[in-house]
Design a protein around this ligand. Structure first.
Ligand code: SF4
Ligand code: SF4
Ligand code: SF4
Length: 327
């Protein structure tokens, strides 16, 4: 992606590509279904795909809970300036995560592999013991990269690339990996996810990971675990329009945050001490960092020779990189 002309025709592009996407979904989804095991934890599977012996619980609401948060006329996107990112060396050299990773984990209540032990604390507001299990859950990961032995190294932050043609969605047999209409965010519906991990294999950017255990565990005063319908769990979920409380056996990844719906930047963007991350509505052709700097996307990409990662995959990411200074 280097031409402004192709950028400003974004919405037109979306319409054309949607047909291809639906065709692909039908084809790949059908093939994936043929090879993937389909049992669900609660025995539910889509009505028109019911294998023999599986029943539907009609008392449950299987609608997309987070669909209502979408905003029309928005295509969220991110610009990452590799020339600005210093990998938060001051923190990582002491064994701490970069600011963007830490802020994202904090905002999503995700366990951090940087902490050595599980944490247990008493939540006074809810009068509940909270157990935080430590696992590797980096929605944004920062890599140190050296292109060749003669160039300088640089740092490469990797969130979900929020592809317009997302292979993860194409291969998911139960539509748990899905792209929301409206703002077109690629999200994970953990109500539907069966943990088959086809989306992990399908994502060329390796941004998805598997939850081997619940990220939060809530207990009542008798030490009994609380279910997903308990008030504390629901309260946690209401902090953001996406699932914070992740269940064991489902997939998670960067969701571009729900904060933009409250007029805020995503946690990673808001926390970067270099202002290397920019976020905004690509249909408005502008993105902003946490230092109040707003840039025109097409002009900046042209001038700085910006690029999208693995363009050859045809996924059309909504994350644009501005090159590092490697000389
Ligand atoms: S993007 Fe910002 S916060 Fe993240 S590693 Fe780079 S400098 Fe640190
Ligand atoms: S980067 Fe991977 S997980 Fe994200 S939308 Fe693209 S294929 Fe899906
Ligand atoms: S956009 Fe949100 S979910 Fe994605 S890496 Fe940044 S803070 Fe995490």
């Amino acid at each position: 992606m280097s031409k402004a002309s192709s950028f400003v025709k974004w919405s037109e592009n979306l319409t054309v590509k949607r047909r291809t996407f639906i065709k692909g979904l039908a084809f790949v989804g059908a093939s994936a279904y043929a090879i993937a095991p389909l049992p669900r934890r609660d025995g539910f599977i889509f009505k028109n795909r019911l294998p023999q012996g599986i029943t539907v619980d009609h008392s449950r609401d299987y609608s997309r809970r987070y669909d209502k948060w979408r905003i029309p006329n928005t295509v969220w996107g991110m610009v990452i300036d590799l020339a600005k990112c210093d990998g938060c060396n001051d923190l990582t050299s002491k064994g701490n995560p970069p600011r963007c990773t830490a802020a994202c984990q904090e905002g999503h209540h995700a366990p951090s592999d940087y902490k050595q032990n599980s944490k247990s604390y008493f939540d006074n507001e809810h009068q509940t013991q909270v157990q935080l299990n430590q696992r590797v859950h980096e929605y944004i990961k920062v890599f140190k990269v050296q292109d060749n032995p003669w160039s300088n190294s640089y740092f490469f932050p990797r969130p979900c690339q929020q592809c317009i043609d997302p292979p993860c969605v194409h291969v998911c047999p139960v539509q748990a990996a899905w792209q929301r209409t409206g703002d077109r965010l690629t999200l994970v519906d953990q109500e539907r996810c069966i943990g088959c991990r086809l989306c992990m294999a399908g994502c060329p950017y390796e941004v998805r990971f598997f939850h081997w255990e619940d990220n939060y565990k809530f207990y009542d005063s008798n030490g009994k675990p609380l279910g997903p319908d308990s008030r504390i769990v629901k309260d946690f979920e209401m902090q953001m329009p996406f699932e914070i409380v992740k269940q064991k056996g489902v997939i998670a990844k960067c969701d571009f945050c729900g904060n933009q719906f409250l007029g805020k930047l995503p946690h990673c963007v808001a926390s970067c001490h270099k202002g290397a991350l920019y976020f905004g509505n690509l249909l408005e052709n502008s993105v902003t960092n946490n230092m109040g700097e707003t840039i025109l996307v097409d002009k900046t990409i042209q001038e700085r020779k910006g690029f999208r990662w693995k363009e050859e995959e045809g996924t059309r990411p909504r994350v644009f990189y501005l090159p590092a200074n490697t000389k």
